[in-house]
Ligand binder design. Sequence first.
Ligand SMILES: Cn1ncc2cc([C@H](O)c3cccc(CNC(=O)c4cc(-c5ccc(F)cc5)cc(O)c4O)c3)ccc21
Ligand SMILES: [Mg+2]
Length: 214
Amino acid sequence: TQSTRPQRMLAAVQKNATRGDPRSVVKAIDQFCRQKEWAMNVGDEKGCILDSVVSEVNPATVLELGTYCGYSTVRIASLLPPHAKLITLEFNPDNAVIARQVIAWAGLEDKIQLVEGASGDWIPKMKEEFGVKTFDLVFLDHWKDRYLPDTKLMEECGLLRKGSILLADNVICPGTPDYLEYVRNSPRYKSQYFKSHLEYTKVEDGLEKSVFLG
Ligand SMILES: Cn1ncc2cc([C@H](O)c3cccc(CNC(=O)c4cc(-c5ccc(F)cc5)cc(O)c4O)c3)ccc21
Ligand SMILES: [Mg+2]
């Protein structure tokens, strides 16, 4: 039977990356996507911006919306301090199966909790299910029409504190116009756009970093 792109991506990791070496996992996925098949990982160019924001925030608690195959999950977790935790939400069970194996290959299982289900269902349960108070950093990379409703939901559920950082992928391509309008015009956020390119292409895209002001 025909394999899927995530399955072929995992095979490339297991063939070309070193177990327990997150950077080699990131490199193997980027190489696969450049040389073999495009896939919607944040990629290396936007990934470097992601790295710099994670390093600057040095978060103890991270929420990622949209695991896909775990590329950004591994990239973020590899930069976290020792007892920091990353919760990543993935609604597609086939993606989750692949992501768990990519995370395991990188040796980052202890820092990452992959939760299967939809953001809208899980965000209201974060505190009671995972003992989370607030998130220091949220990486938004799931369905683009869910960025705004989920941000409002996180506000309502008290998951953001003064200084929490939202970092959103794809604000230009595919684009998240309603989210951008909100974080750029709301008095409750200070936003900054990091111009870049759609992963593995020359098409413009970028990340929007927004600080919640409380
Ligand atoms: C509710 N909920 N809760 C958890 C959760 C998790 C998921 C999945 O992880 C998932 C599945 C499919 C699509 C996405 C969003 N990502 C994209 O659509 C995207 C597209 C492109 C692009 C750009 C140009 C193209 F020509 C084609 C695709 C480039 C990018 O970087 C992307 O992130 C995310 C979905 C909903 C979820
Ligand atoms: Mg993306």
